[in-house]
Structures are given as C-alpha cells and as structure tokens.
Ligand binder design. Sequence first.
Ligand code: UFG
Length: 329
Amino acid sequence: MNVLVTGGAGYVGSHAVKLLAREGHDVWVYDNLVYGHRAAVPAGRLIEGDLLDRDKLEGLLREKKIEAVMHFAAYAYVGESVTDPAKYYGNNILGTLSLMEAMRAASVSKIVFSSTCATYGEPDSVPIRETQAQRPINPYGFTKLVIEHALADYTRAYGWGYAALRYFNAAGASADGDIGEDHDPETHLIPLVLDVALGRREMVTIFGDKLPTPDGTCIRDYIHVDDLATAHLAALNKLGQGTELKLNLGTGRGTSVKEVIEACRKVTGHPIPADIAGPRAGDPPALVADPSAALQALGWKAKFVEITPIVESAWKWHKAHPKGYDDRG
Ligand code: UFG
C-alpha cells in the first residue's frame, strides 16, 4: 500500500515506518523536523513540511498516489501543553484538520491516528477500557480527543475509515538498536533513568512516593514501540469504508516508577541513585490498559510484557547512541 506517515521522523512514527517498509509498503514520511530526526527516516523517503501547509500535503497525496495515512505528527509534552496551549491547539488540532482537508481533497479516506491514554484523564478505575469516560485533564489530551471526534464525524459524513489508537507509555527501541527514543528536552522516565547509567545525569527524581499504589510510586503501562508499530499495521489492514476503531494499546500490566528504576539497575549494572520529590502536577497515580479490545478487533497483543526486556532494548539504543541521533552525524 502507498502510505503517508506524518511525524515519521519521531519516536513512535519512525518505528512504524521501519515496519511498513520491511513489509513491502511504499512509505513516505512527512515531518517538519521540529522534534523529529532526519536520520530516523530511510534515505530518500522524507518530505519536509508542516501540517498547516494543506496545499503541499494535497499535492503529495496525489503525487505519491497515497492510499492511507498514519498520523503521528503532534506535540506531546503534557506540561508544555498547560503553559503554552496555543502551540497545541494550533498544531495538534488545526494542523490535523489541515491534513484531513488535504485528504478529503485528494480522496484519501483511511487514517490511523495516534491518540493517547491522556484522553481518559483521571480514570474511574484501572485497568482502563475504551468505554470509560474520556475527560482529559490537560490541553494535550484534549487536543487528541477533539481529533478522535473529528475523525468519527468525517467517517460518518464522508465514508472514511479510521483507527484512533490510544497509547499508554511508549518505551523501548528497535531490536537492531538502529532507531530509538531521542527527545529534546527529555521528560520520559526510562531515558532519564538510563541517562544516569550513562553518566549523563547525576540521579533520577521519583515524582511522589506516597501515592495510593502498592509501593507509593506511580504505576504506568509501558508498551514497546515495536508492539505499537505492529498494532498500527494491523489497524491499517482493517480499514474500510465506515470502519471505526478506538483501541487502547498497552500490555495490561502496570509497573511502578520504583520497579522501572530497579529494572534499569539490573539491566545496566549501575546503582542509579534516586531521590524523591513531590508528585508531578496532573500525573494520575495509576494508568493501565485493558488491552482486550485490541486483541479482539485486530488479533493484536503486546509481545513485550515484562519491563526488563523493554528496558534492555532501550539500553541497547542509548548505550550505542548516548547523544541520540546527534551521534549518527
Ligand atoms: N517520572 C518520575 N521521574 C521523572 C520522570 C517521570 O518519577 O523524572 C514518573 C512520572 O511521574 C510517571 C512515570 O514516571 O508516573 C512515567 O512518566 P513519563 O513522563 O515517562 O510518562 P507519562 O506517564 O507522564 O506520559 C505518558 C506519555 C504522554 C501521555 C501520558 C498520559 O508520554 O504522552 O503518558 O498520562 F500523555
């Protein structure tokens, strides 16, 4: 299939691109490289551009005879979305509507969309099922929810087919250690902890150790990026006119911050000093997926369930590329 991947130079997008290419699809990446990395994209497959450039997108969809879009491009810093909501409304909502209008003009009607567990906000209970109320508690989560609704409306009105995939905590790196996580600034737990093991940071700070969880630290559902990629491909293959898939992508297993740090100590052999701070604003104590709907709809489930192999794959990447893509020239 001819597939356009927006945000294909980013963390999750680049892993999907790699899988699509390996499976023989004709993949094109559209990315403005604000946060993405040129080196994460296969040679000759990157088109630099902004989502708001509707005409450029329409031209590209026509020229490459694109049949489906995977839409990863978005800003995804929860804290920044609170302090600079305009950036998030502008890119994540207006940018995506621009893409959707380009698709409509070029008669492309299939899309797999990166949504997030942040659309649930503070969940009523865990594990979280797709039927739970979506009440995001930050602008980032809200922008993703708006697009879920827009896709549902376009599907009903224009005969589209879409999948909104609600990721839990993306983690790990490609098995060959060739692509991986490289955010600037980095805010995610596993790369920050591994930076301590690499001697690039003194210690890691645990945000809260008196939360209502078994060891007092936040629980998250860490899902390997290659598992996310596999789910995207499975969803793409399901899309037809009127298809509407809204699915959690997680393992169903919760891991605490302390357990993540312990796994990193085991994998790296480094003592990884940790100190304790208060909880980070807007961090729910526990977010864990009920992944059974994805299994039923796509026949998909995570291959990586334990935290240790996920950390091992991340460590392989970070050890080989301590400065991320900067090390690759
Ligand atoms: N944490 C620490 N110390 C740190 C960094 C993180 O204790 O230095 C904790 C956080 O409090 C959280 C867990 O580690 O409990 C994971 O934090 P991340 O920042 O790695 O990930 P988040 O759970 O905050 O964010 C993820 C996605 C977002 C998504 C969000 C939904 O990255 O895109 O889940 O809540 F919006």
